[in-house]
Design a protein around this ligand. Structure first.
Ligand code: DX5
Ligand code: ZN
Length: 216
């Protein structure tokens, strides 16, 4: 089953609680939470207090995408705030193997994200130990960017490695996904689809989620 993970980066923050309740009601599978530090990426989003407070209003799993330098410094805080999956960037951590084991030691799921130009080969040996790989299909930092076309091939490569080394590993793709390309992303091997602008556009969460699902 393909999961839809709306990114709340595109939500209306003046009524974040309502938007999250709508995601719950209209069939989101996960809530994708983009944390940005203004260092790893050229943008700052939101952090731990927001996650803690929205944790009280939904039971949906929190898929926390850390776009921060040296993420191991904050893993415990994000676990305590309510993360169910924590994703760290390969490019942001000198000791990615240690950080993955550290995340798993809290009994939650661990994932590695790769920027568009980062080779999957870099994490080949980690795959048996990962719950998920996140393939970035835009350069991280902002919602509403255009999908980078070479990422279809990259998703296929990840799928091949998953078939070989870890069949349970989820393959998540993030950035520039909408009605026009979700099918091709899924056919390439993704089974967790992040969508920000495509879910929140025209403030019509219900319709947007169901039309994305209708394509797959
Ligand atoms: C980008 C974020 C994405 C982003 C996706 O750095 O990781 O999750 O919010 O937004 P869309 O779907 O609009 O590209
Ligand atoms: Zn993201």
């Amino acid at each position: 089953m393909v999961k839809i993970a709306p990114s709340i980066l595109s939500a209306d923050f003046s009524k974040l609680g309502e938007d999250i309740k709508s995601l719950d009601k209209y069939g989101a599978d996960l809530i994708h939470i983009d944390v940005m530090d203004g260092m790893f990426v050229p943008n700052i989003s939101f952090g731990i207090p927001i996650i803690k407070s929205i944790r009280k209003i939904t039971k949906l799993p929190f898929d926390v995408h850390l776009m921060i330098e040296d993420p191991s410094r904050y893993i415990r805080d994000f676990v305590e705030a309510g993360a169910d999956i924590i994703t760290v960037h390969f490019e942001a951590d000198r000791h990615i193997d240690r950080t993955i084991n550290y995340i798993k030691s809290f009994g939650i799921k661990a994932a590695v994200a790769l920027n568009p130009a980062t080779q999957i080969e870099n994490i080949k040996y980690l795959i048996p130990n990962l719950d998920m790989v996140l393939v970035m299909s835009v350069n991280p930092g902002f919602g509403g960017q255009k999908y980078i076309d070479y990422c279809y091939d990259k998703i296929k490569e990840v799928k091949k490695l998953a078939d070989e080394y870890n069949r349970d590993m989820m393959i998540e793709v993030d950035g520039g996904i909408g009605k026009n390309n979700i099918k091709k992303v899924v056919e390439s091997g993704a089974n967790v689809i992040v969508a920000g602008s495509a879910v929140f556009k025209d403030k019509d969460i219900k319709n947007n989620i169901s039309s994305l699902r209708g394509e797959i």
